[in-house]
Design a protein around this ligand. Structure first.
Ligand code: BTN
Length: 278
């Protein structure tokens, strides 16, 4: 594993916040209590996975300024130059593996809520299952990896990529991707954005362990698909229909032309786009 280079001088804003809370005796948050910050990694997901295997605590974050082999959904490469926020969060959810589908939706909803909180004028949406988009262009994505023994989850790695201060994208990404700097004209502090996103993620994570409907209600608010005719591509074929609802597993409920309903889980499919997928 690469040397942990900068964790002492960067992301101190978040760490100091925890220390202040701790002194005041109110320490509750765990997401971001431990942050490993690197200037360059192949992939934060890989490092987080190794740390989790060695027993790193829930809430530990691995962040890199740049990734050389960023991993996207479905074995896609994730473009991760300097300027973006690329991080992975270690989770130890009390779930069985069949329940982990909802973690992708949780990640996308947390990012959308964070963008909404920091940039209320932007219309941020979630293109099921886990693309965070602005004006139909992808601004962030989530990739969840789960390790389970029998059906019990030992840990999950939630990898999050946010095109924060990325000014240019190579073709063909330039047609389908955007960034917060492109949409707002201003650069955003990575530390501030990370802090805000971790807060939103932790609130959602804790509340959804008590009541799964809370996550669902938030996810519905940001969904770009509900009420629209869509085509979903799955390994079992393409399905066209009305995107009617999301369910507690993070599944999309399609009403097919035949009138029958079909549920598609996040890991089973994606919504067909006119341009190629990132
Ligand atoms: C997607 O395809 O939409 C998911 C993209 C996830 C990218 C992030 S960047 C940080 C973390 N490390 C990786 O290698 N991938 C995820």
């Amino acid at each position: 594993m690469a040397e942990n280079q900068n964790s002492k001088d960067l992301y101190m804003i978040i760490k100091e916040k925890y220390q202040r809370k701790s002194v005041a005796g109110q320490l509750q948050s765990v997401f971001g209590k431990e942050i490993y910050h690197y200037s360059c990694l192949e992939s934060t997901n890989k490092v987080a996975y190794l740390l989790a295997k060695k027993g790193a605590e829930e809430g530990t974050v691995v962040v890199a300024d740049e990734q050389t082999q960023g991993e996207g959904r479905g074995d896609h490469y994730w473009y991760s130059p300097q300027g973006g926020l690329w991080f992975s969060l270690i989770l130890r959810p009390r779930m069985i593996s069949s329940e982990t589908s909802r973690l992708s939706i949780l990640g996308a909803t947390g990012i959308a809520m964070s963008i909404n909180r920091l940039f209320s004028s932007l219309r941020v949406m979630i293109r099921w299952p886990n693309d965070v988009v602005i004006k139909d262009k992808k601004v962030a994505g989530v990739l969840v990896k789960v390790r389970a023994e029998r059906s019990e989850v030992t840990f999950a790695i939630m990898g999050i990529g946010v095109n924060l201060n990325v000014r240019e994208f190579p073709s063909p990404l330039s047609f389908i991707a955007t960034s917060l700097i492109r949409e707002t004209g201003d650069s955003t502090s990575k530390e501030r954005f990370l802090e805000c996103t971790l807060e939103e993620l932790e609130n959602l994570y804790c509340s959804s362990q008590v009541n799964g409907r809370i996550l669902l209600e938030k996810a519905r608010l940001f969904s770009s698909l509900l009420g629209r005719q869509v085509e979903v591509v799955t390994t079992g074929g393409k399905f066209q229909g009305l995107a009617q609802d999301l369910d507690e597993d993070g599944g999309l409920i399609l009403r097919l032309e035949s009138g029958l309903h079909k549920k598609i889980l996040p890991e089973e499919g994606y919504v067909k786009e006119r341009s190629p997928k990132i």
